[in-house]
Design a protein around this ligand. Structure first.
Ligand code: SDX
Length: 434
């Protein structure tokens, strides 16, 4: 990455004013950064930046987003084009291997995903241990971590074939685990994957088919599911991706690293927001539908209430994914002949918020989670599966970022510093004297 001059920093060191120079680095989209890797060695200082609001944790060539302009590109390709022309499997390949696959590559990758969709029969016993009320995200994470028990051999990240196998197994089996966790929650028999179905069609069949009657796979639903998974596929160094990288930086295996990412995604401030949005919209409806009342509540710091699906750490403009999902909402619900009153509530809530100075001043716009739940509902997914759908979509991004980190020879174990604010040295006091 190009160096572009340096930043001068003048600060007191041991009572003497010292000026040091820190390199300025600039990314391919002209994002500037001050490289502080030598700061502590040169000055004894560390930089303090809770929640990493101003801190880049890595260089990465996978995803570019511009929060001010509302731009999102995977390996340079705008998501608008991928959403309109690609499939989730093709986009997964693009993210993981860095280029759009040619036909032979795509066929090989698709065959890999078809061939590795079964989970070990012993893993089915795990589901028996869960209560039917278990949240599918709890099941998903532990089952993904358990894959490392069934594939214990360490994966040499420099061995393309070993990596291809681990990636294929993970991408394919998570779909099966997700569907089985849903079937478990409704007490229906597991439906096994079918090798003659595409990635998304196979998932829909495992989710919604029952042995008692044939299940008609609707191409429209397959198409919109591809779009939704593409739009969730990666998003640079968000909370769950940073978790995957941090866990992976200790050389933990891919399954364990992704299992940790799944748990980070589950949080209501992150991927769990798509479930919270629907629950919020339902609460607004139960309360009589007065959206302004909830906008006012969200502005009241004492209320502890936030408009879920609104706001973003990076986007200070409309989340480009939310735009595409909102458009797809209209198309899918019309095509399926569904009229969901929650969509009207969501629209009125968005309109009220985007007119309110509190939201305008803070540049709070709908994010990826605001409308996605409405489509998932229309497709027949229960609310507690929405974050699982987010995880299914984000999986190629996690894999790509983990792979990029492991291929980077300069990668070191992630270990942030801190500023200590606790007791000075204190003697131990025997219990008799306390
Ligand atoms: C995802 O990082 C990613 O890329 C994530 C993601 C991905 O693809 O991986 O895009 C997916 O996680 C999307 C976000 C889903 N979460 C939600 O929808 C939850 C609701 N949103 C917020 O809690 C919040 O906006 C965050 C968590 C998304 C971002 O929080 P920040 O960046 O830490 O911002 P903040 O909490 O400091 O808020 C800044 C101000 C505060 O007010 P002031 O102190 O300035 O007066 O904006 C206010 C906040 O109170 N604010 C909100 C709000 N979000 C921010 N007020 C009301 N409702 C909200 N939703």
């Amino acid at each position: 990455m190009a160096e572009s001059g340096s930043a001068k920093l003048t600060l007191p060191v041991g009572g003497i004013e010292k000026t040091i120079e820190l390199p300025i680095r600039v990314g391919t989209e002209n994002e500037p950064a001050i490289d502080i890797a030598s700061l502590r060695a040169k000055t004894g200082y560390v930089a303090l930046d809770p929640a990493f609001v101003n801190t880049a944790s890595t260089l990465s060539g996978i995803t570019f987003l511009d929060g001010e302009k509302g731009i999102l590109r995977y390996r340079g390709i705008p998501i608008e084009e991928l959403g309109a022309k690609s499939t989730f499997v093709e986009t997964a390949f693009l993210l993981i291997y860095g280029h759009l696959p040619n036909k032979a590559e795509l066929d090989r990758f698709s065959l890999m995903l078809t061939r590795h969709s079964l989970i070990h029969e012993d893993m089915k016993k795990f589901f028996e241990g869960y209560p039917s009320t278990a949240h599918p995200m709890a099941i998903l994470s532990s089952m993904v971590c358990s894959l490392s028990a069934y594939y214990p051999d360490p994966v040499d990240t420099n061995d393309a074939e070993q990596m291809e196998m681990a990636i294929g197994r993970l991408l394919s089996k998570v779909r099966t685990i997700a569907a089985f966790s849903y079937k478990k929650s409704i007490g229906q028999p597991f439906v096994y994957p079918k090798n003659n179905l595409s990635y998304c069609a196979n998932f829909l069949n495992m989710m919604f088919a029952v042995p008692a009657e044939p299940y008609e796979i609707d191409p429209e639903i397959v198409s919109v599911l591809n779009l939704l998974l593409i739009l969730h596929a990666d998003h640079e160094q968000n909370c769950s991706t940073s978790t995957v990288r941090l866990v992976g930086s200790s050389k933990a295996n891919l399954f364990a690293s992704v299992a940790a990412g799944i748990l980070a995604l589950w949080g209501p401030l992150h991927g769990g927001a798509n479930q919270e949005v629907i629950e919020m919209l339902e609460a607004i409806q139960r309360d009589g539908g007065d959206v302004q009342k909830f906008v006012n509540l969200a502005k009241d710091k004492e209320s502890g209430f936030r408009l879920m699906g609104f706001g973003h750490r990076v986007y200070k403009n409309y989340d480009p994914r939310a735009k595409l999902i909102k458009t797809a909402c209209d198309r899918v619900l019309a095509k399926l002949g569904i009229s969901d009153p929650l969509l009207d509530t969501a629209r009125r809530l968005e309109e009220a918020a985007l007119k309110d100075p509190y939201f305008v001043d803070r540049k709070l716009y709908p994010n990826v989670d605001f409308y996605s739940g409405i489509i998932y509902r229309a497709l027949g997914f229960p609310t507690n599966m929405f974050t699982v759908m987010f995880a299914l979509g984000r999986l190629p991004g996690w894999i790509a970022q983990w792979k990029e980190m492991n291929e980077d020879r300069s990668t070191k174990i992630g270990r942030p510093r801190q500023i200590y604010t606790g007791n000075l040295v204190t003697p131990y006091v025997d219990i008799a004297s306390r």
